[in-house]
Structure formats: C-alpha cells, structure tokens
Design a protein around this ligand. Structure first.
Ligand code: FES
Length: 593
C-alpha cells in the first residue's frame, strides 16, 4: 500500500505487537501507540484530565483506562466515558509491511472554536471546573490563532464574547431563581476584563463561567413567560403594571409585562421600569436588587440588546418580586425611623425635581461629610435641597458613591469581620445607582440616593475609629510598589498596608492602569468569593468613572483594603487554571510521561 505524505514512520509493527504499547515523540509531543485486537491505535500520551501518561494505562475490550483517576476512553476515536476528563486526541495510523506510520498533525474534524464552545457548554452543564478552564483557554487561543492567520476577520467568537454569551445563555435558562450571584459575578468579571493584562483576562472569564455553573448546580431550570399579544400598550401603563405585579410579588405577571416592554419600548424606557420597581421599596435585598439589575444591563452592553434583552431582563424578575424590603427591618425603623424619612422624601420627589428644573447645582462644601454624618434628618435634608437646587441624577448618585467609598476605605479592622460586607453592600449599591444614572433619567433614581445615604448613615459606627490615612512614602519605584502589593495579598492582616501601597503608587507617579491590572491579578489568582469579585470590580469601575485624582485614589484604596481583608485563599481554582493552561500548551504535567 502507499502511505500518504503526511504520515511519518514511527515504529515497527512487529515490535509493537510484541510489546503491546510504546511511546514515540513527534514534534515535541509524546504519542502512545497500542496494539490491541489486531489493530494499531495512537493517542496523545498525556491524559486530558491531568496529564498522566496513558501508555501506562490499561487497555481492555477497546477501552483505555488511565491509572491516575481511572478516566476511560474509547480507544479508536478517543471519546471519554467520563466527561470530567475530556476526550483524548487520537492520531490516524497506517501500517505498511512492518512499519507503523502516523499523521502527527491531523486536520481537526470540528474547528477548534466550535469544539471548545461545545466543551464550555459541557463544563457548565456538568459543573466541571477543569473543563470550564480548558474551554475558556481553548476559545481564546482559537480566537488568537484565527486573528493571526487572517487579521481583522474575527466573527465575534472571541475569548471574551463567546464565554460571556455561552454562560449567560446557560445561566438564564438553567437557574429557576434567575439572575443572581453567578451571573452578576460573570458580569462584573467581564467589566474588569479591559483593566486586566495577559492571561488574567482568561482567568476573569474562567471565574465568571465558574460562578454561573456553580450557581446553577442542582437548580431546576427556568421556564420563560411570553410577552402579551397587545403591542399597543403605552409605556406608563406597562410601568404601572410592572410595579403593581412586583408589589404583590407576582413574578409571572411582572415577567409578562416586562417582556412586553422589552418588545415594544426603547431600552431607556425599559430601564426606567426596572429602576422604578427596584426602588419602590428601600434598599431591596440589602443592595443586591439594584446591583443585579445594573449588572444585567451591563451584560447587555456586550451581548446586544436586540438578541438578549428578553432572556437577560426576564431573569432579573425574581430579584424584584422576592426581595427583602429594608423598611421591614428593625434597623430601618428604630431608634430613628429612617424608612419614614426616605418615604417622605420619595413622596416629595416630583415637587423637588420641579423646583430644580433649569437650575445648576453647585455641590456645597462639605456635602460628602454631611452624608457621612450622624444626623439622618440632615442627610436627607441635604439631598432634598440638592434636588431642589437642580442636582442631576448623575451628580447626586456620584456624591453618594463618594461617601459610600469612604465607608470601605475607612473601615476599622477592629469590627466584626462580617461587617466588611455591610459597608461593601452600601458601596456597590451606590456605584450601581451611579452607573444606572448613565442609562436613565428616571426620577425614581433619586430614591436610590436616599436609600444609599441612609445605609451610609446606618454604617457609621463601622468607621469608628476610622482607618488611618495611608502615609505614603514618596519617590519609590512603582514596579516595586506593585510587587509589594501582590505580596501583601499573600498574607493575612495586610489591610492598611495595602492602602498605603496604593497611595504610594499614586504618590510616586505609577501608571494607574498598571495598578488596576495588579489588583485584578491579586483578585483572580484567589478563590475570590462573590463579594470580593463584586467589590474589586466596583472599585475599578468607580476609578474609571472619576476625574478627581484624590477620589480615584480612594476608590482603589477601598478595593485594595477589601481584597487584602479577604486574602489569601486556598487558590484551588488557580491550580485548576494552571493545569488547564499547561495541558493546552502541551507541557508535561507528570514526571513519568
Ligand atoms: S484520569 Fe488520567 S490524569 Fe486523571
């Protein structure tokens, strides 16, 4: 017979038959050859699970079993019986006389981008982190390879958008309770993406995908409602129906109304609906409702409104209908009835906005300090005055966010550890309100200023005593400072040191983009929980949104302090990511290979 030119001779058939197996090196890669039931088979010698040499495995009745974790593979095509292990690559072989040939570089039967996208779907479905990591890396690598071979012809199936879209499609379909911590983690990992460098971008998408899979694990799927057939319903009617259904916690009615709005109204009016319902009650779900709505909308910026708004926004409905309402909490009712203060201000909003129409607000000196004070009536009064003086939603949410940032930046470490999340929640609420102000001019958004400011008031003891002002040593090398900051996240108790290093980085003129990239690295090498990811992402987004140098510094001080308080972790997922990276590169993972 004649053997194709692509094939190369690798061993004698008779030797292989006698030994039963052998390993040959081809293009720096080890290939295991087996003689089984009269046939020759060739597979990548590295087990796709964790790299154990498959030549040391057992072959019986057409099944190759790896000896490390006992993953099994159909020997001819390499398909695994055990999805956590992945399929093993096989190589076509030919035998001529007594010589075995193999094709060391076979054309893939499925394009790599498609194969990895399918594997990502498997990894999400089975909640297998190694498969998720390998798929995220494979997708990004395939996108890089496509771009290199044909620059500028990408079809959008890149290392960012494909994992995001695949995980959003999965998370909105397979989690009955809808948009929650998993999808919000994914969204805020995606928001961090531009601030990251190199492989940290893959880590970010892995963290997001992992969170979505974890949140959906063992959850029943979600069945979506349909929009009403009547497409002539006016915006104000849809808005009032939506709020009424949320009010009585009727998720189905709210969802049908919202889907109708998505199909018939411009995006800004749909956002208004959501913001209105998310602020009809106070500080809903301890900040999460408004923040999750914000994260869902941020995700639509990347995926596109037309194709994804219905699925994404419908999944936020349980956040609105099932939420805890803070006016029901004793802390909002006594010793001062701050809930009543908020509701009174809500009632007067139309009047206050009318008074401010056409006016330009100059933020009074000490406005943020007033918001940080211990007089709730003065706080609410200052906000009322601001609206009546023409403060826009952007201006007022920005002021509240600056005050909320201080609560994290000044958090006293002698508090109970859990109280980090008390100030954290207020911070992310305020940041979300400010970001929503970029999407809608809804009057209701002012209500988030009152809620946010009252939450800042309720958190006041957590800044007592306030953390020391970081004393920055000037004239240091920024790279050294960044390296020390990463070291700081390696030890417990580095909260104030992290703040000092951030301040020093600014003091010595380091590039802030390098600093945010290092914060991202410090975050993503950890088993960061939902709140830590949410916090660092909010700090970086806040940093990007600000102009004032001192405020920008404070935003990153807040994020660095929170991160330092929650590190180091076991870094279990970093280990998984590292294994996946090395497997993808074809590196040896096991000494015996
Ligand atoms: S099953 Fe082969 S390395 Fe785990």
């Amino acid at each position: 017979m004649s053997v194709d030119d692509d094939y190369v001779p690798v061993c004698d058939r008779s030797d292989l038959e006698a030994e039963g197996r052998t390993v040959v090196q081809q293009d720096g890669r080890a290939v295991a050859l087996f003689y089984h039931e009269g046939e020759v088979h060739a597979v990548d010698n590295r087990c796709p699970h964790m790299g154990f040499p498959l030549a040391e495995g057992t072959v019986e009745e057409g099944v190759l079993t790896c000896h490390w974790h006992h993953a099994r593979f159909e020997l001819q095509e390499g398909d695994t019986f055990d999805p956590w292990a992945d399929d093993v690559q096989t190589f076509p072989v030919a035998v001529d006389d007594d010589t075995v040939y193999l094709d060391p570089d076979p054309e893939p039967t499925v394009p790599p981008a498609t194969r990895w996208r399918n594997r990502l779907a498997d990894g999400l479905q089975e909640n297998i982190t190694l498969v998720q990591a390998k798929a995220v890396i494979g997708i990004d690598d395939a996108a890089d390879a496509a771009e290199q071979s044909d620059p500028g012809t990408g079809d959008g199936a890149d290392g960012f958008r494909t994992p995001l879209k695949t995980a959003v499609d999965f998370g909105t379909r397979y989690r009955a309770s809808g948009w929650g911590r998993g999808l919000t983690s994914l969204s805020y990992a995606a928001e961090l993406y531009p601030a990251l460098s190199g492989r940290d971008r893959r880590r970010a998408m892995f963290a997001g995908v992992r969170a979505v899979a974890d949140a959906a694990d063992d959850e029943p799927p979600r069945f979506r409602q349909h929009a009403f057939d009547n497409r002539e319903l006016p915006a104000d009617r849809l808005k009032s129906w939506f709020r009424e259904n949320c009010e009585v916690r009727d998720a189905d009615g709210a969802e049908r109304t919202l889907l109708t709005a998505v199909e018939t109204l411009p995006p800004a009016e749909v956002v208004e609906l959501l913001v209105a319902a998310a602020t009809d009650h106070l500080y809903m779900n301890a900040s999460h409702t408004l923040d999750f709505v914000n994260s869902a909308l941020a995700t639509l910026d990347h995926l596109g409104w037309d194709d994804h708004a219905a699925a994404v926004l419908a999944s936020t409905v349980p956040q609105l209908t099932d939420a805890t309402r803070s006016e029901e909490l004793s802390s909002w009712r006594g010793p001062v009835d701050v809930a009543a203060l908020c509701f009174d201000a809500h009632d007067d909003l139309e009047e206050l906005v009318a008074a401010g129409a056409g006016r330009t607000w100059d933020e009074p000196d000490g406005f943020v300090e007033t918001l940080l004070g211990d007089d709730p009536e003065a706080i609410v009064g200052a906000l009322r005055d601001a609206i009546a003086a023409g403060a826009t939603r952007r201006e007022l949410t920005d002021a509240v966010a600056r005050a909320a940032t201080r609560r994290v930046a000044y958090f006293a470490t002698n508090n109970e550890f859990a109280d980090w999340n008390t100030v954290h929640h207020t911070f992310v609420y305020a940041v979300a309100a400010h970001e929503l102000a970029g999407r809608t001019d809804a009057t209701e958004l002012y209500r988030a200023c009152f809620d946010g400011a009252v939450s800042i008031y309720l958190d006041r003891f957590l800044n007592s005593p306030r953390a020391p002002v970081p004393e920055a040593e000037p004239g240091r090398d920024p790279e050294t400072v960044r390296s020390e900051l990463l070291d700081c996240f390696d030890e417990q108790g580095g909260v104030n040191r992290a703040a000092r290093l951030v301040a020093e980085h600014f003091e010595c003129g380091g590039d802030p983009d390098d600093l945010t990239a290092v914060l991202g690295r410090g975050l993503l090498r950890e088993d960061a929980d939902f709140h830590t990811l949410q916090n660092v992402s909010a700090a970086v987004r806040r940093f990007d949104a600000l102009d004032d140098a001192a405020e920008r510094r404070l935003a990153l001080v807040a994020g660095a302090r929170y991160l330092a308080a929650h590190t180091p972790t076991r870094r279990e997922h970093e280990q998984t990511f590292s294994i996946a990276t090395r497997l993808h590169r074809g590196e040896r993972l096991h000494e015996a290979e």
